[in-house]
Design a protein around this ligand. Sequence first.
Ligand SMILES: Cc1cc2nc3c(=O)[nH]c(=O)nc-3n(C[C@H](O)[C@H](O)[C@H](O)COP(=O)(O)O)c2cc1C
Ligand code: SF4
Ligand code: SF4
Length: 251
Amino acid sequence: MILYFSGTGNSLAIARKIAETIDDQVMPLNDAVLQDLTREKRIGFVFPTYDFNMPPAVRNLIPRLKINTASYVFAVTTCGAQAGNSLWTLRRLLRKKGIELAYAHKIRVPDNSAIAFGRNPNEQVWKFDKFANRLEQILDDIKAEQHEMHFAWWGPIGGLMGCSFLENGMLRTFHPVVNEDKCTGCGTCARICPMNNITLNAKAAIGDNCTICLGCVHVCPHQAIRINGREALKERQYRHPDIKLKDLIKR
Ligand SMILES: Cc1cc2nc3c(=O)[nH]c(=O)nc-3n(C[C@H](O)[C@H](O)[C@H](O)COP(=O)(O)O)c2cc1C
Ligand code: SF4
Ligand code: SF4
């Protein structure tokens, strides 16, 4: 079983490719904590890197999973450039459960947070071609149940970058804000939010349980959700090209 977390589809697309390669299935991590996965011979994790670490929400889900210690466990993190400590963090959290991460790698994809800095993630789709070989290698390795850890030790720098002080700052800075003048109350954002953190009355309201996946910012058909004080311009809204809106909804 391949467990994933995804705001804009990069991680879901990779999870699906792995599932296709090893003839397995994908499941959102939020659903996985409600299941008994102890009979699964293989468990994969695919999730984005945020702030050089695992997304806070994903970190909180790992301790709740029911997994067999004898399973072949692998992980892939999607990131714009640097995965920092994210795969180390997963290894540490799994070890606390008596589970050894057998294989881990990162893959570079368009950085969906570019929209928060006034840049366009769609201008980074060249990464799909540039890192296609890396993805093929990852798929082959996982199929062969390789035991290899492909990540650099970021040590104190990674620790500093992922410290709670900076992380809380990031969560505050990137907190999405609804522009009520533009919001039509269509509900698209609420349907895709992986944290169930958006409520709808006449307008969308974003709660306090945001893990800043930026999914809502990227999907709003009226560009009514601001990020880091910036309007989400339509041309800067991003979703992995293989992932449809409905793929992000049913989870
Ligand atoms: C809040 C936030 C922080 C991010 N931090 C990093 C980072 O530290 N390093 C990096 O390479 N990419 C970073 N990214 C980019 C994402 O890891 C990347 O776009 C990922 O593939 C998104 O996955 P998804 O489409 O499955 O949601 C960040 C994205 C967000 C939204
Ligand atoms: S997707 Fe946009 S327009 Fe629709 S409810 Fe959410 S913020 Fe409002
Ligand atoms: S409120 Fe928006 S950014 Fe926050 S978790 Fe939900 S979809 Fe992601």
